[in-house]
Design a protein around this ligand. Structure first.
Ligand SMILES: [Zn+2]
Ligand SMILES: [Zn+2]
Length: 239
């Protein structure tokens, strides 16, 4: 399987990532990627940019060096009702929203029930495209219930390549989630979550896992331009 787009990447705007948007796009072009999504962190993350940064993303061309550049955000899920750290107006203006839980931006003791409720609400949020790196033991949820909701709402579950190096203890959960996606026909997206340009387009560990699970290629939205464009069409994102 081949991945043609990296749809979760960070730039220096996140302040804990170390490459510029231009460096990231150039490297995506060098790797022959069809598309990249710029998804710097929402404001609840320490050092993250404010709304005006995201509102200004349209100054960046739609296509640069042959790469389709999607303007987006990694929005933080900040409570167990699934609330995100950006308002509806801003989220709806962006093209690609990744939503995720981080221990430093979600306050209050988690439980399986609370995390399940949060993810189910995120699935119902029309602005969200992806639930990212959800394999953490700390934020464990009812995988089967949420995977089915993802399938029904067209929300993508991320197979995050950085997990295999930075969150190794969560890999077993990622395998379980991916198997349930396969079982229930929920679509996934493979992303690098790059915080430095050399990780852009790096999907080796995610692909190895999907290969071992004999994961169907048609359920991976960024496994071909055709699959990705089909998804973008469904969501009303300009190709
Ligand atoms: Zn994240
Ligand atoms: Zn990220």
């Amino acid at each position: 399987m081949k991945i043609i787009a990296d749809l979760h990447t960070h730039s220096i705007a996140s302040t804990h990532a170390f490459s510029t948007v231009t460096e990231n796009i150039s490297f995506a072009a060098q790797k022959g990627l069809y598309a990249i999504a710029l998804t710097d962190h929402g404001r609840a993350m320490d050092g993250a940019p404010g709304a005006y940064y995201f509102e200004s993303l349209p100054v960046i061309d739609k296509e640069i060096m042959g790469v389709r550049v999607l303007k987006g955000m990694e929005a933080n899920i900040i409570d167990y009702s699934g609330k995100l750290d950006a308002d509806e107006k801003l989220l709806s203006r962006l093209e690609w929203i990744v939503a995720s839980m981080h221990t430093i931006t979600l306050f209050g003791e988690p439980s399986v029930e609370k995390c399940t409720d949060a993810y189910l609400a995120v699935c119902e949020n029309k602005n969200v495209n992806v639930i990212a790196h959800s394999g953490s033991d700390y934020f464990k949820y009812d995988y089967e219930t949420v995977v089915k909701a993802c399938r029904d709402t067209g929300t993508l579950i991320e197979i995050n390549n950085s997990t295999f190096s930075s969150r190794r203890d969560t890999v077993k959960n990622c395998v379980e989630i991916a198997n349930l996606c396969k079982k229930h026909g929920a679509r996934v997206v493979v992303n690098s979550d790059a915080h430095f340009f050399t990780s852009i387009g790096r999907f080796d560990s995610s692909l190895k896992m999907l290969d071992e699970l004999n994961f169907p290629e048609e359920l991976v939205v960024n496994s071909s331009i055709e699959n990705l464009q089909k998804y973008m069409n469904e969501k009303g994102i300009a190709i």
